[in-house]
Design a protein around this ligand. Structure first.
Ligand SMILES: C[S@@+](CC[C@H](N)C(=O)[O-])C[C@H]1O[C@@H](n2cnc3c(N)ncnc32)[C@H](O)[C@@H]1O
Length: 273
């Protein structure tokens, strides 16, 4: 393994970096934005509701919740992300804190959303239990996660890393990026945390790109997990991964751009018992 962080430390340090936060907000989140309408509706956000948005990042879900008329508190542990969020969504309140130990009293919210946060916490079931603790009974939790399907920009990049990455560059042990996109894992965990009325919705999220290697740069610059696997690569491996991403995109989506690349996700939701 290159680097000395464990998974939790890697995530905290990585998302705290200004460059990663702004690259995520600028490019990567063009796809996460497409899950916002589903998160907002599955959380039953609306006027008179106070919704907590976990792992709020640069405030993209918070913006959707505000637009639906809810009053919103966003929580994230990255000051760099929170700076962007406060600027982007001045109507919401943003709090610095850890989703695994939230600084809120029991039963204080009318719903909780979490856009693409689940794979980043070391213990997702613990976050589900914390979310349940701060929610009023009968209100809804919804969270989005990328799906690892064959035709996904996500899969293209990690496949290219698997083939061309240097063996010494690995991630510290941690949860899989799409673990809780699978209802067989997600539903029992949600049930055990105190949720019923469980649902899963597929979201056809996409990136419009004018270079077939654009997903390589989006993962390199705007993600912690992708950055930790791509940044330490020797130059030859990095170049081979970039070329492989281009080739996979062209093979799956044609030679001529611009390309409309799928990066599908799911929104899982449940009602606090
Ligand atoms: C992939 S971004 C998602 C941003 C946004 N919610 C979206 O839908 O695009 C993940 C966010 O989770 C935050 N995060 C990761 N682990 C966290 C934790 N344990 N507590 C609070 N925030 C955390 C990161 O700082 C980052 O802003």
């Amino acid at each position: 393994m290159v680097g000395t962080d464990d998974f939790a430390a890697l995530e905290k340090r990585g998302w705290g970096e200004e460059d990663t936060a702004s690259a995520y907000a600028k490019d990567f989140a063009r796809a996460s934005a497409m899950a916002v309408p589903c998160l907002v509706s599955e959380t039953r956000a609306g006027p008179g509701k106070h919704i907590l948005d976990l792992c709020c990042g640069h405030g993209i879900v918070a913006a959707g919740l505000v637009k639906a008329g809810a009053s919103v508190t966003g929580l994230d542990f990255s000051p760099a992300m929170l700076r962007i969020a406060r600027e982007m969504v001045p109507q919401a309140e943003f709090v610095e804190g850890d989703a695994m130990a939230m600084p809120f009293p029991d039963a204080s919210f009318d719903g909780v959303s979490m856009g693409f946060g689940m794979p980043h916490v070391p213990d997702a079931p613990a976050v589900m239990r914390e979310a349940r603790r701060v929610m009023k009974p009968g209100t809804y939790l919804s969270y989005s996660v990328w799906q690892e399907t064959e035709k996904s920009a996500f899969t293209y990049v990690f496949k290219a890393i698997g083939v061309h990455g240097a063996v010494e560059v690995t991630l510290p042990p941690g949860p899989g990026a799409s673990d809780y996109a699978d209802p067989e894992r997600a539903f029992p965990a949600m049930q055990a945390a105190g949720f019923d009325d469980l649902r899963i919705n597929e979201v056809d999220s996409r990136w419009q790109v004018d270079r077939p290697d654009a997903p390589f740069d989006f993962f390199l610059e705007g993600t912690v997990r992708g950055g930790a696997l791509l940044r330490p690569q020797p130059a030859a491996n990095k170049a081979a991964i970039r070329t492989a991403v281009s080739e996979i995109v062209v093979a799956n989506h044609g030679r001529d751009g611009p390309w409309d690349l799928p990066i599908p996700s799911v929104v899982v939701s449940g009602r606090a018992v």
